[in-house]
Ligand binder design. Structure first.
Ligand SMILES: [Fe+2]
Ligand SMILES: [Fe+2]
Length: 199
């Protein structure tokens, strides 16, 4: 499924993305597919979301804003629309829809939220969020532990991903998007509820 679409996306991405970014994108698509297999999610949807997740990453901020506006109108907070590193996933949703005719809500949500996270993330959203951290070309403090966690417990690994991002931003004395804290809290709440109900 989606084979023609995937080939077309890969051809387009080789032309618009830097070599390193394209390598990263292929890594995310492969890691997302592996995680989907492990956690019983749709393999093709995971791979497709992985291929498209950074398709807007190297555009200018103004271009990202125009793209995101077409899918989200004024629903996104200024903390996201002003920052390319947060906005590019939302912009990529419009590329997925308009350029590749991808309208599956699960795929689009996974693309949109791959950097920020979201409230009540689906399994596919968690998979793409995590694949972005652990794909094979990534190399940062904590990545090996995160890879090990990713194959054992999806929620624990996503939580650790949030922790790593927040720790990194604190160390760099950079702003932390408030949504990231809220989404991390909601994940913890969900995990605690699961633990209580599984006892
Ligand atoms: Fe990204
Ligand atoms: Fe990425």
């Amino acid at each position: 499924m989606y084979e023609k679409c995937k080939t077309r996306i890969k051809n387009d991405l080789t032309a618009i993305l830097s070599k390193n970014r394209y390598t990263h994108v292929l890594g995310v698509a492969a890691a997302a597919r592996e995680l989907a297999e492990r956690y019983g999610s749709d393999l093709d949807k995971a791979e497709l979301a992985g291929l498209l997740h950074d398709s807007a990453k190297e555009l200018k901020l103004s271009e990202m804003q125009q793209l995101a506006e077409r899918s989200f109108g004024d629903q996104l907070p200024p903390e996201i629309t002003a920052v390319g590193s947060l906005l590019h996933g939302y912009a990529a949703v419009t590329i997925a829809k308009e350029k590749y005719n991808v309208h599956d809500a699960d795929i689009l949500a996974a693309i949109a939220h791959h950097t920020t996270g979201a409230l009540h993330m689906s399994v596919l959203e968690k998979i793409v969020f995590l694949a972005d951290y652990i794909e094979k070309s990534r190399n940062f403090n904590g990545v090996q532990r995160l890879r090990e966690m990713a194959v054992k417990n999806l929620d624990q690994a996503v939580l650790y991903g949030f922790d790593l991002t927040i720790s990194h931003l604190l160390e760099q004395r950079k702003q932390i998007y408030v949504g990231t804290v809220r989404f991390r809290n909601s994940l913890i709440e969900y995990m605690e509820k699961c633990n209580r109900e599984c006892r």
